[in-house]
Design a protein around this ligand. Structure first.
Ligand code: NAD
Length: 492
């Protein structure tokens, strides 16, 4: 075991009183019932965060509105905004180990994954820093009579509610903060109640890096409470949400009521198709890691395996073997490959799905039980002999649980894959180029991996078909979510 020491900065951050960031001040919430922050590796309470109330949300939205309408932010030239976002990225990098340690303590993920998350969050900020001074409209030769000069302006949409989940807390926040700042918007960020610590430290880092007052405000608390007040607040122009499809529907209703702009990155139940000619030496370990990575709490996880019947036994046995050999443990142990699930609630949810699979007649090939006797560790689990009518195949489990089925033809594999209300990602393993690209077209999902279980990069659009979301984050598409277009007709 090689457990790392917490940095002095992390120890003092944990010991400090957590507050809300409103304007330039860290202030207490008006409710006095804090939420305990639990380390999922051992169930210990490591800090408290405020459960903000509607009045706190109102103050935060007003601070964001003031910052959007007047003061340093709207006056700031694009180049200066770009430099500021670069400075934030540099400051995050300087505190990378502190951010990673907090993420591990709060979410449970192994420290090396958390370090990767910080790298990705910094990368996303730098990527969007580069966009801040490259935002421009168009000119048009129009057909109208007269002498007209017609052009478009790209303007920030206004005050944005950024609501993020607990599986990649810092990355999800950065993927929204980067384009939000680059576009010139202001925001109220609401991290998930289970994992708010890295967002709060990020707030300190952003202020120290020179973020003007009120541009980003942070409110913590429960979704049904502070989240609900935020998405319904009339001062919010747009909601950018990542989380479950069920909550996404609530957000979509709130957006419709207030006619707010909205982007939704939601759940997935992504198919992973292994054709008979696939390179199994690559496909088996990558398919296993795809579902077991981050304890299966990844929206794009290849969680439904469709494997050709001729190679099914070899593939399933191989994935079972990879799972059995994984080292589960406290995320602060650098040798841990898989941490716990994020919370007791998530552990119960995943356990209930495994039980439902068994009751439905599927075969638990491996795992399915708690690992150890403290914390919320679930063994890497493979459930074979499933069918598309089963709940474990149709619903997102969001744990280290793979469901498997066999197929005989390409058409059958595609039909099974597309028989889902989700459409976030999909993967195909084959050595035949034509099969690969034909099937990439055939899968109804927003992100396709060919001979890789999943892909993500801050320059490449990410988002879902069907009930996996509306809009695309990352890349230029991600920036456009925070901009609106004004058309100007000048009669010369
Ligand atoms: P969740 O929907 O429960 O919560 C997400 C966020 O919404 C949290 O901050 C929560 O407090 C808030 N929230 C909950 N109820 C709310 C309400 N009524 N009003 C306003 N806010 C509310 O999701 P989760 O369980 O935290 O995250 C896991 C889900 O996120 C999975 O379904 C996963 O697939 C999805 N996810 C999707 C992507 C993607 O890019 N598509 C990325 C990561 C996670």
């Amino acid at each position: 075991m090689s457990t790392i020491e917490l940095s002095p900065a992390v120890k003092s951050f944990l010991a400090s009183e957590k507050r809300l960031l409103i304007g330039k001040d860290w202030t207490g919430a008006s409710s006095d019932a804090p939420i305990g922050v639990i380390n999922p590796s051992n169930g210990e309470r490591i800090a408290d965060i405020p459960d903000a109330a509607a009045g706190d949300v109102d103050r935060a939205v007003k601070a964001a509105r003031n910052a959007f309408e007047s003061g340093a932010w709207p006056e700031m030239k694009p180049g200066a905004r770009s430099r500021l976002i670069y400075q934030i990225a540099d400051a995050m990098e300087a505190r990378a180990e502190d951010l990673a340690q907090l993420e591990t303590l709060d979410n449970g993920k192994p420290i090396n994954l958390a370090r990767g998350d910080v790298f990705a969050a910094v990368g996303a900020m730098r990527y969007y820093a580069g966009w801040a001074d490259k935002i421009h409209g168009t000119t048009h030769n129009v057909n109208m009579p007269g002498d007209l000069h017609v052009y478009t302006l790209k303007e920030p949409v206004g005050v944005v509610a950024l609501v993020v989940p607990w599986n990649y807390p810092l990355v999800m926040a950065a993927m929204k903060l980067g384009p939000c700042l680059a576009a010139g918007c202001t925001a109220v960020l609401k991290p998930a109640e289970d994992t708010s610590l890295s967002a709060l430290l990020l707030g300190e880092i952003m202020l120290e890096a020179g973020l003007p007052e009120g541009v980003i405000n942070i409110v913590t608390g429960y979704g049904h409470n502070v989240g609900d007040a935020l998405i319904h607040h009339p001062g919010i122009d747009k909601i950018a949400f990542t989380g479950s499809t069920a909550t996404g529907k609530i957000i979509a209703h709130a957006a419709a009521d207030g006619l707010k702009k909205v982007s939704l990155e939601l759940g997935g139940k992504s198919p992973n198709i292994i054709m008979p000619d696939a390179n199994l030496e690559a496909a088996i370990p990558a398919s296993a890691m795809g579902i077991f990575f981050n304890s299966g709490q990844t929206c794009t996880a290849p969680s439904r395996l469709y494997v050709h019947k001729d190679i099914a036994e070899e593939v399933i046995a191989g994935i079972v073997e990879v799972g059995k050999n994984m080292k589960l443990g406290d995320g602060l142990d650098e040798e841990s490959q898989m941490g716990p699930l994020v919370s007791a609630k998530q552990f119960e949810r995943v356990s209930a799905y495994i039980a439902a699979g068994e009751e439905g007649g599927a075969q638990i090939r491996s795992g399915g039980k708690q690992h150890g006797d403290s914390g919320y560790f679930m063994e890497p689990t493979v459930i074979a002999d499933t069918n598309n009518q089963m709940k474990v195949v149709q619903e997102e489990i969001f744990g280290p649980v793979l469901v498997t089925q066999t197929f005989e033809t390409e058409e059958e594999a595609l039909a099974l894959s597309n028989d889902s209300e989700f459409g976030l990602a999909g993967a195909i393993w084959t050595q035949d180029l034509s099969t690969a690209h034909r099937m990439a077209r055939g899968i109804k999902a927003g992100i396709i991996g060919i001979n890789t279980p999943m892909g993500a990069d801050w320059d490449v659009p990410l988002g879902g078909y069907k009930q996996s979301g509306i809009g695309r984050e990352n890349g230029r598409d991600g920036l456009e979510l925070y901009l609106q277009t004004k058309s100007v007709f000048a009669n010369l």
